[in-house]
Design a protein around this ligand. Structure first.
Ligand code: R5P
Length: 273
């Protein structure tokens, strides 16, 4: 790995690439439109940005909603072309040139790979080509594993397959889902794995448990969105997740951090009123 690529990886993984990262995912609008609590992306992002090791988003939200003075590493989503209005979400292509990614000074580019979906082949070829371009530019590639609707989304066998195929095609990092038997997914993937949160869970505790389980079983971090910014307490939630990812906090310890941060936020709000 050349210096530029290693430097970009190190920026996203502050404890080194054997360490962990807390990525804040706000790229949902590229196919879901103005997702709940992300309608005003700038307002959602601003209070969370100081607590994220990296932010995952599209160039449109980066240019409109993140101040250029930000030093938070950027993971730029460069695939798209389908929306939730269509049956087949796998019909994606590369929507942002590597040259634009370099111009935006990003730390990584990200695309979805759709194993088991109608456009599996195209998405895997997109990944391979993006890796070629990324190697040339010194920009790492994050493969986001989405599995076809007909397969069990949270089945370890399929997630392991998707992650391994992505790594074999050259992805420098992989994002996947947490599942029963997650250690099998980790075991078969030779590059750092980060986990998405998926749709908002019933409670903050459930999201903390998800993150804790993933880290305990070998994930190198999280790339989480809805369970942070759709929480009633986004900043406390992000702080609690950081404690799990970086400080090996248990779930009860993370809940204490969450409750403490909630209480401080409430006191500050009352003082301002
Ligand atoms: C899908 O829109 C993206 O890959 C998200 O970045 C990913 O699913 C993580 O976000 P969440 O935790 O909300 O699932």
């Amino acid at each position: 790995m050349d210096w530029g690529m290693r430097n970009r990886m190190a920026r996203m993984f502050p404890g080194g690439t054997d360490g962990n990262t807390v990525m804040l995912a706000v790229d949902h609008g590229y196919f879901m439109g103005p997702t709940r609590h992300l309608e005003d992306a700038r307002a959602t992002i601003a209070p969370l940005l100081p607590y994220a090791d990296a932010i995952a988003l599209t160039r449109g939200i980066l240019r409109t909603s993140v101040p250029p003075s930000s030093t938070t590493p950027v993971v730029l989503r460069v695939s798209g072309g389908a929306t939730v209005l269509k049956e087949d979400l796998s019909h994606e292509t590369i929507t942002t040139a590597m040259r634009d990614a370099a111009r935006l000074n990003v730390s990584a580019v990200a695309l979805s790979v759709f194993v088991g979906a109608p456009h599996e082949h195209e998405s895997l070829v997109n990944l391979a080509k993006l890796v070629d371009e990324g190697e040339e530019a010194g920009i790492p590639v994050l493969a986001i594993t989405a599995v076809g609707k007909e397969l069990e989304k949270r089945d370890a066998r399929y997630l392991a397959l998707a992650c391994r195929v992505s790594a074999e095609l050259g992805a420098h990092m992989v994002k996947t889902y947490y599942c029963d038997g997650f250690e099998k997914v980790v075991e078969g993937c030779p590059v750092p794995l980060v986990v998405a949160g998926g749709p908002k869970l019933d409670s903050d505790r459930a999201a903390l448990e998800l993150a804790h389980g993933a880290i305990a079983k070998g994930a190198h971090g999280i790339d989480m969105g809805r369970n942070i910014w759709q929480s009633a307490h986004p900043v406390p939630m992000l702080k609690a997740l950081r404690a799990i990812v970086h400080d090996k906090a248990t779930v009860p310890e993370a809940m204490d951090i969450l409750d403490g941060a909630k209480a401080r936020t409430a006191a500050q709000t009352a003082a301002r009123a």
